[in-house]
Design a protein around this ligand. Sequence first.
Ligand code: NAP
Length: 277
Amino acid sequence: MKFGLLGFPVKHSISPWIHEQFMKKTGIAGTYELFETRPESLEERIKSWRKEEIDGFNVTIPFKQDIVPFLDKVEEEAKQIGAVNTVVNQNGEWKGYNTDGRGYYRSLVGSFPDLVPELSSVLLIGAGGAARGIYHVLVREGFQRVDITNRTLEKASRLVREEDENKKTTVLSLKQAEGNLSNYDVVIQTTSVGMEPSTEEIPISLDNLKRGTIVSDIVYKPLTTRFLTEGKKRGGVIHQGHAMLLYQAQYAFEIWTGKEAPLDSVLQQLEYRLRGN
Ligand code: NAP
């Protein structure tokens, strides 16, 4: 089978390694290649894949919305999120999915199986592409509150207008979120702040964090961000971003092949690789 990643830049992506592990574990023969594509060459790339009959591909920055006009169908959840990160070729028909939110949620409950959404309040930091998928799934899973803070408040407000039928969300400035931090059971960092090489940066101060709060970061380079280190110092229980990377890839692989790849040793191996070993 033939799989790949469409985006720009993607040269340093770890996705080929992840999908190679999944293929080995499920006994599927195939390849997963990186297709670094400049925006002006998107149409050309799609035309060539239509001819070569690629079985499925992932989509990353900057094409998660630009890919939609090239698809035959888009799954309901991806439509609601407004972005596609996984495409499957079903007998010549291309269908788009979004595995970010579901992958994140699988990773969260995988680490915290006792978490009860109806009794838990969440603060989501960020309102970018990844936050859209995560917000959608958290609201759907019935969390008590899912408040959002973002540098650009209008972006957070727009996301809530599109999604929050249950009125469970308040949009907060970064300063307000810092002040109200003790109200939350789960704090999820979805901005690119703290990512290599700017590893000393943190989007909000965690001074008011309540002990025992789950402090989650979707950034996985570095594996332990400053946000997580500060959270741990204040009694938080940390949740690293590489698990989301793996679970969203597992879900994509399931969409392409119908097989659930076991994650057992892959999570530890991925940690090892991300630590630079
Ligand atoms: P995106 O759509 O570009 O959104 C970026 C977000 O970061 C926005 O909320 C933006 O705020 C905020 N931001 C950027 N620079 C900031 C700064 N200096 N101060 C405060 N806020 C800032 O990106 P994305 O696709 O959502 O990805 C975000 C991060 O998640 C990236 O680091 C990516 O690698 C990671 N990610 C991880 C996984 C995983 O599987 N673990 C999956 C997807 C993404 P504004 O709205 O104000 O610009």
